[in-house]
Design a protein around this ligand. Sequence first.
Ligand SMILES: C[S@@+](CC[C@H](N)C(=O)[O-])C[C@H]1O[C@@H](n2cnc3c(N)ncnc32)[C@H](O)[C@@H]1O
Length: 307
Amino acid sequence: MDDSPHQPVLYKEIIHALQPHTGGRYVDGTLGAGGHARGIMEASAPDGQLLGLDVDPQALAIARRNLAPYEHRIHLAQASYTSLSTQLARLGWGAVDGIVLDLGASSMQFDTPERGFSFLHDAPLDMRFGPHALQTAADLVNKYSERELADLIYQYGEERESRKIARAIVRARPIQTTRELVAAIEAVSPRRGERVHPATRTFQALRIAVNEELTSIEEVLPQAVTALKPGGRLAVISFHSLEDRIVKDFFREHSKDRVNPPYEQIYEEERKATLKEVNRKPIVPSDEETQNNPRARSAKLRIAEKT
Ligand SMILES: C[S@@+](CC[C@H](N)C(=O)[O-])C[C@H]1O[C@@H](n2cnc3c(N)ncnc32)[C@H](O)[C@@H]1O
């Protein structure tokens, strides 16, 4: 695994968004190689502190090495960001100044063939971010009914040919490797010189399902709002429209006062806005960044401040 500290996506923008300061407390819920975390530590020197979480033990080991110079100011845990409240309670941290979530898989995970994230390499069809995930992609592909697979590929992959692909997968079972899955997809959805490989959307769908990515985002956002101090900021980088929509809708919803609940929601209490959107439109990487790192192309950063 390449563990050189890459410049992470939207690095400068994340540091600018969180404005880390001396004595501040920060959370990186998706530590990866620790690139954003390093920036936070530098900007909050000499005594800012960071809680870093990742479900991937390999990522955590690499981050620990990359963040060694700040060892006395960081707390790392192999845990999901969905356990944010518990992790903060464990540290005895009341409220924090900033939280970053850089969603999805890391370059290190994509570039490690045996993790099974990439359709460009033959490997066991795994796709788990960490050992906490209950099922691998192979489990889903071999156990789900044709209908369940079609729904999953349609919903999480936004794949128009989901039915055809689901049928081909069921016909090709058992499927244990990335290459077998790609062959099944290509048999019904051949490459036509398009920029996007025909397996892209199915791989995305399986990864989201295996790691319960969308429900995890839904779970962490309210915890993040509770965890922030007034004026504290939450910065979220998403990589596809399904993730971005959840973040956008949550930010919009919580930036509104709800003084007169509509009558269908009579049980809803009157509520003051808890967030203020810092940017109405998402921040995207510069042309220079996408040229140097094509994976940054689809990144979108949304920032909200606790009121
Ligand atoms: C895009 S990478 C983050 C890269 C990081 N910002 C950096 O500077 O190197 C996303 C990381 O989030 C981790 N991850 C995904 N889902 C998670 C979850 N529910 N809880 C904690 N970490 C998660 C992945 O294992 C991966 O290492």
